[in-house]
Design a protein around this ligand. Sequence first.
Ligand SMILES: [Zn+2]
Length: 343
Amino acid sequence: MLSGVVGHEKVKRVLHNSYFEGRVGHAYIFEGPKGVGRLSAAKAFSRLLLCENPQNGNACGKCKSCSMCESGNHPDVSIVTNQLYDQSKKSTDVLVDTIRNMKKDVYIKPYHSQRKIYIIPKADTMNMYAQNSLLKVLEEPPAYCTIILIAENSNMFLPTVLSRTVSVRFFPLSDVDVEEYLKKNYPALSENATAIAAMSAGSIGKSKMLCESPELVKMRDGLVECFEDLLGEKKRSIYDFVLFLKQNKDDFEIMRDILQGIFCDLLHIKNTGDFEHITNPDKVSKLKKFNEQMNKSVPEKLLEILLKYNEYFLKNISYAQIAQCLGVELWEAIHDRSYRCEI
Ligand SMILES: [Zn+2]
């Protein structure tokens, strides 16, 4: 069903049923977080709708239409961006001019298939004028037309747009789904796939970015090493940890996810004694060592501190200061004593 789309069984069922029952809508909103596969699902749905010889409710993958979809050259499928109609446009928000150009195209009959499909990524960046312009098509769409709006937040749409579209909600994928995808597409990762899946927060897009960036794998190793030093008695360990956070400031969210994965593993190990169902299986020997070095209550405290500092990082407080305090608080939780001088 909707081949190539990872997970999202409920979404697939809904789209599939509408296809089978001949109730394909004129307009959809595919709403969900970035990187979970909304665009892939829109493309796979288009492929199915346009396939000349569908088999058991799947696109055949062989017909002219399927092969044109595969190569991204189907004349009746448009991925609507500002640059599609005007290459000089730099804005990433979908502009009213773009929607006006799209509308001119909508009323021209399909060139090859029975249908014409418009996929609009970042549709929730359309301002009121762009949405009102689109509304005209949503009110009187040609019978052959299907429009798929890709959005992170459907609250950005006018009620008049919402009332004329079918909402399809995408949730973050499970770690298992992401891991399966990684094992299939990046076989060289082997056991790193579990850790990367856990760091990806249910997003295939993010997992791909992590896989394709060896620096990030190096960063994870570096961070684990810094954390190892925090556990020991090395004097400058807090300084080194803070320095590491500062040097990788732009990747704070990734570092947070790495630390969170490590702390969750430690909590799981403390509570269950199980070393098999952890998110960092390639670091199992380190985790064993860390576990031996800390009291039962420590992992939970570390998670609480990380959560607290995550909120500080999101606010506009000096990054360097927060990094420093985070390092000190983690050290204090691990060693169960203060690192500050009494005044
Ligand atoms: Zn086909």
